[in-house]
Design a protein around this ligand. Sequence first.
Ligand SMILES: Nc1ncnc2c1ncn2[C@@H]1O[C@H](COP(=O)(O)OP(=O)(O)OP(=O)(O)O)[C@@H](O)[C@H]1O
Length: 282
Amino acid sequence: MSTAIEATGLHKRFRRAEALRGVDLTVPAGGVVGLIGPNGAGKSTLLDLVTGILEPTEGTIEVTGRVAYVAQGAPVYPGLTVAEHLRLGAELNPDFDPAHARERVERVGLPLTRKAGRLSGGQRAQLALTLALAGRPDLLVLDEPAAALDPLARREFLADLMGAVADREMTVLVSSHLLSDLERVCDHLVVLVDGRVRLAGAVDDLLAGHRRVTGARRDDPLPGGQRVVAASHTERQSTLVVRTDDPVLDPHWDVTEIGLEDLVLAYLAPPAPARTELEVVR
Ligand SMILES: Nc1ncnc2c1ncn2[C@@H]1O[C@H](COP(=O)(O)OP(=O)(O)OP(=O)(O)O)[C@@H](O)[C@H]1O
């Protein structure tokens, strides 16, 4: 499988903050990659490095093909009309496909003569997405594209984005701090916490490789080689999220599958202490 993004040992320091603290990441080409993490995790910084707006302090990043970037808030020129945006796009970008842009503008119902400053938040996001797609990128990067939209507009925007992806060979890297935005649309997930990648992989593989286990509380350290991602305890019961490629056969534990939201939440929580390891009986 070819690679869209390859980052190795990526650090980015600003004067006061270390936004990225050693990111190693391989993003396969094709499909939608969700970048999720809490506020301040370094998502925008990583996207700025992917798009070449920023240079890393340390490490390397390689991106394959043409890149289009819709930055946070879907910036457009408020004083220019929709038609003027299309003309500007064509002038600035030799790869711009004006027919595609015009067809899309009509389809999503953007009035050509309306100034961008008078469009709704959802329409502005659509305009920014149209301009990006018309550049026929190999990699489309979107930073919190739906943040300003209400839930319905959000859903429509993301569904439309999925349609655009299905029509062509393209990788989409889309960031959000809301998993609900991403879980319906992404094939691949990267969880960034505190400037580091805490989890990355194909969604199907991630779901297959984790289980939630519950059982009567044990205070003694649990032997075994499987990694506990998160643990919570009541007086009597322990609930663990474990990373395991092997079936958990110990009858002490009740094992269930885990949904994507709970899986991501487990990785967003502070890491479980190393001693809480679960015995896996093969
Ligand atoms: N230009 C900058 N100058 C100084 N510090 C910065 C700059 N850009 C980002 N930072 C800092 O780097 C850290 C990561 O910020 P970043 O915007 O990449 O996070 P984020 O995950 O995109 O957050 P959010 O979800 O809030 O947009 C933060 O501590 C932020 O204050």
